[in-house]
Design a protein around this ligand. Structure first.
Ligand code: C2E
Ligand code: MG
Ligand code: MG
Ligand code: MG
Length: 283
């Protein structure tokens, strides 16, 4: 008895390990295959609007969000596979697919007379720090023919920590292409004000965590209003992400943030649904 117990534990532990390793390895080799062709990926688009008053909004653009249609697992969320893509380096191929696809969609919409003012694409830290980035973005923008000012890249503060001089150089390189830049999930990272003033960016995206409880919170309205004032002083725009209710939107307006994105306006939409959304919300 006393002998079997530890054995059992050992076997149990080993089986657990094998299963976990198998899971991760499976996902990694699947991701490698998906990244090689891009065929299993799709972009969904979430509208961004300006909503200065209750009930009336103007579409100002959309954020491209990647989806992975896995043949067995079904739809895999980017929250699950982007970290793995970063760890394995596959993020370069996946990010390349995303940028090309986003520019191709935008070019198609503009050619078809659908007035999509801008499309933003997320960049993760490892993409931002890749020496090929600036030339790659320039090549994709030029060959797609989209007006560069209609493309925006969303970066997190985490991408820019470390070597700040290098980050500023990369940001200027991207800016030189004529595209727009925003800081995603703003307020959750480590940007110091000294660095922020040196970043040639256009927009601060106020993180969802400050929006979620803004109606009840005694502090979040003050945080939002501080971010809006800071953005004003530095010449940046603001947009709030994760807006789900009319009350949150109203509270944001009171802090002078009228640009919003979130389920209140629309969930991320597949291409057909997004095209319908833009057509119905035009004019
Ligand atoms: P993010 O860039 O901050 O994107 C916002 C996330 O919040 C999206 O999740 C979006 O679907 C979700 N969201 C939007 N509105 C609401 C709302 O009102 N309420 C709530 N609860 N959620 C809302 P998603 O699509 O799962 O993406 C998660 C993250 O994955 C993104 O966060 C972004 O960091 C990353 N990601 C997505 N697509 C790409 C991509 O193409 N490349 C890279 N590098 N990262 C990506
Ligand atoms: Mg984003
Ligand atoms: Mg965000
Ligand atoms: Mg976020």
């Amino acid at each position: 008895h006393a002998k079997r117990n530890p054995e059992c534990k050992f076997v149990f532990y080993e089986a657990g390990m094998r299963e976990r390793t198998g899971f991760t390895l499976g996902l990694e080799s699947d991701l490698r295959r998906a990244a090689a062709t891009g065929d299993e990926f799709a972009l969904h688009f979430q509208p961004k609007v300006d909503m200065p008053r209750r009930g009336s909004h103007r579409v100002i653009g959309a954020e491209a969000l990647i989806r992975w249609r896995h043949p067995v697992r079904g739809l895999v969320s980017p929250a699950e596979f982007i970290p793995l893509a970063e760890e394995t380096g596959l993020i370069w191929e996946i990010g390349a697919w995303t940028l090309k696809e986003a520019c191709a969609r935008l070019a198609g919409w503009l050619a078809a007379g659908l007035d999509v003012a801008s499309v933003s694409v997320n960049l993760s830290p490892r993409q931002f720090q890749d020496a090929r980035l600036v030339n790659f973005v320039r090549d994709v923008v030029e060959s797609s023919g989209v007006p560069p000012e209609r493309l925006e890249l969303e970066l997190t503060e985490g991408a820019m920590i470390g070597d700040i001089e290098k980050a500023v150089t990369i940001l200027h390189g991207l800016k030189g292409i004529g595209i727009r830049l925003s800081i995603d999930d703003f307020g959750t990272g480590y940007s110091s004000l000294a660095y922020l003033k040196r970043f040639p960016i256009n927009t601060l995206k106020i993180d969802r965590s400050f929006v979620r409880d803004i109606v009840q919170s005694s502090t979040d309205p003050a945080i939002v209003s501080t971010i809006v004032n800071l953005a004003d002083s530095l010449g940046f725009d603001t947009i709030a992400e994760g807006v789900e209710t009319e009350e949150q939107a109203e509270m944001l307006r009171r802090q002078r943030c009228t640009r919003i994105q979130g389920f209140l306006i629309s969930r991320p939409l597949d291409v057909d649904a997004f095209e319908r959304f833009v057509a119905e919300n035009a004019g």
